[in-house]
Ligand binder design. Structure first.
Ligand code: FAD
Length: 493
């Protein structure tokens, strides 16, 4: 017999817990009771400050105004990520959120650019993309008729507070306490209640596990299992430290590859988030702390913290009446800032498939299948940055360059290397422009271009390419400096 879902219990109040709480109360609060349990003593992971443009969709669903979110979270705009020393030491490229050039019905812009390159009539491919140019020049604005694909750098703890306020105003019950036990129904092994340290029992019909790396419900209780991907992505540790800003914030995240890992710099309005992701097989925690502290700008605002993780995914993100959202569902390192996106996708997917009349195994299977496709795509995209490199200057980079990779990624690399083709399947997050920017940035230059390009006369091709480039340039020239715009935009609120 199926049980109608009347009460949802969210375990954990980090970014995942509060995003789930804000969405469920706002969009389904009339039909269900939502309770969130969190422990101030345990706290949150306290990182996760770079986002990607899909967050707009979530904010639109919640009816949030961009200026409100930015003002509340000390946010800056983000137009992409600059990858430094990834292809090789001393080289860099920007993966921007923009679209490259223009498509024709038969093939992507890269094919036109590739022929232009052969003829010596092009500059770097990013020059044909408005967001790329704007990021490089530190310019940005929200304009009525021009939509620049952008995301944010924001203070994760302020974001959680902002969402908490909203969820509580929409009727959420928050309970402070430590979950010490999880009780199951005898007849089907579904979760019945969370037991708190003060003896209180929190019963529910559906449980959302947002307890972070602890994965208290989905793993510690339901033993769901984990697919370990650390042979593809060997980094397993991170150091995080915040510093006072000394420079005007950039409109992109910096990702700087180092001997056994990579460093991030995430510029907020008044401080910078810094971190170093590394592989403990090749470097001790102390060496990693020393590396990070030697490469920060500005006064540290806290002591460096060490965070340990295992890359991979829970075998099922939805198991029985428990859905894992956030770090409890698995982890992919923050190289492309995809974790908050995955949180949002799970929440939206849950609401689209919400089992009001009770849980069916077919719903569970569909949910898990969709997540698997999405996670595999992101995993492959992240591996690409490590695998396709000229670096061989350390044991870490030699491992990455020579490691086996998933067949799905090898196929993409082979296809692009030979013919410049890239395809996006279904709901995959990363589209053509992203794959092209990173594949070319990491050093792959396709051997061939699509033959349809040869239908254009050389002069026609030159004028086509020049038009795109000069339009992008003209647009960017009219934009104000990124930080001037933030000051104006958030004040105008
Ligand atoms: P947490 O923040 O760990 O929250 C867990 C919650 O569960 C807390 O409230 C805790 O109190 C509660 N809890 C746990 N156990 C109990 C218990 N027994 N009883 C009661 N409550 C309990 N993502 C991005 O999108 N962009 C980034 O730039 C990015 N950078 C990252 C860098 C690093 C090094 C790491 C590790 C992650 C990064 N992420 C990033 C991921 C991002 O931090 C997380 O996805 C996000 O913070 C969500 O975390 P969470 O809510 O799942 O877990």
């Amino acid at each position: 017999m199926k049980t109608a879902i009347k009460k949802v219990v969210i375990a954990g109040g980090g970014t995942a817990g509060w995003m789930a709480a804000a969405a469920l109360t706002k969009l389904m609060g009339k039909h269900i009771d939502v309770v969130l349990v969190e422990s101030d003593d345990i706290g949150t992971v306290g990182v996760g400050e770079a986002t990607i443009p899909t967050l707009h969709i979530f904010h639109r669903l919640l009816g949030l105004k961009e200026q409100d979110v930015m003002a509340a979270t000390n946010a800056t705009f983000k137009l992409g990520i600059n990858f430094e020393n990834w292809h090789d030491v001393g080289k860099d490229y920007l993966h921007s959120f923009g679209f490259l050039g223009k498509d024709c019905w038969a093939c992507g812009f890269q094919h036109f650019w590739l022929k232009g390159k052969q003829q010596g009539m092009v500059s770097e491919i990013g020059d044909y993309c408005t967001e790329h140019l704007a990021a490089r020049q530190g310019r940005f604005a929200i304009l009525p008729n021009q939509d620049y694909n952008h995301a944010y750098h924001m203070d994760a703890s302020l974001y959680a507070k902002f969402l908490r306020k909203m969820a509580e105003a929409n009727g959420l019950t928050r309970i402070e306490g430590k979950i010490t036990d999880v009780q199951l129904h005898d007849h089907n092994g579904y979760i019945k209640a969370l037991q708190l340290d003060n003896g209180e029992l929190i019963e529910g019909d559906l449980f959302i596990d947002c307890t972070g790396f602890r994965a208290l419900l989905i793993e510690q209780t339901l033993n769901t299992g984990f697919d370990d991907w650390s042979h593809y992505l060997p980094c397993d540790s991170a150091i995080a430290v915040q510093t006072k800003s000394v420079n005007t914030p950039l409109a992109y995240t910096r990702s700087i590859a180092r001997e056994s890992g990579w460093q991030w710099r995430i510029p907020l309005q008044s401080r910078t988030g810094n971190g170093f992701v590394f592989c403990s097989k090749y470097m001790t925690d102390q060496e990693a702390i020393d590396t990070l502290m030697a490469n920060i700008e500005g006064e540290p605002l806290n002591k460096p913290r060490v965070i340990k993780f295992k890359t991979g995914t829970r075998r099922q993100h939805w198991n029985k009446n428990c859905i894992a959202v956030g770090l409890s569902s698995g982890f992919l390192e923050p190289l492309e800032s995809t974790s908050i996106h995955l949180i949002q996708r799970s929440i939206v997917r849950l609401m689209q498939q919400f089992p009001s009349q009770g849980i069916d195994q077919t719903d569970i299977n569909e949910f898990n299948q969709q997540i698997k496709l999405e996670m595999d795509n992101i995993r492959d995209f992240i591996i690409l940055h490590y695998k396709v490199t000229d670096r061989e200057d350390s044991r870490f980079w030699r491992y990455c360059k020579n490691m086996p990779i998933p067949a799905s990624l090898q196929h993409r690399i082979d296809m692009f290397s030979q013919s410049g083709k890239v395809y996006k399947y279904g709901n995959e997050l990363f589209g053509e422009s992203s794959w092209i920017q990173v594949m070319m940035g990491q050093g792959i230059m396709p051997k061939e271009y699509h033959p349809i390009v040869d239908m254009m006369e050389t002069e026609e091709l030159a004028s086509f390419l020049n038009n795109i480039k000069s339009t992008a340039k003209r647009k960017v020239e009219t934009l104000p400096p990124h930080f001037d715009f933030i000051n104006h935009y958030c004040k105008a609120n």
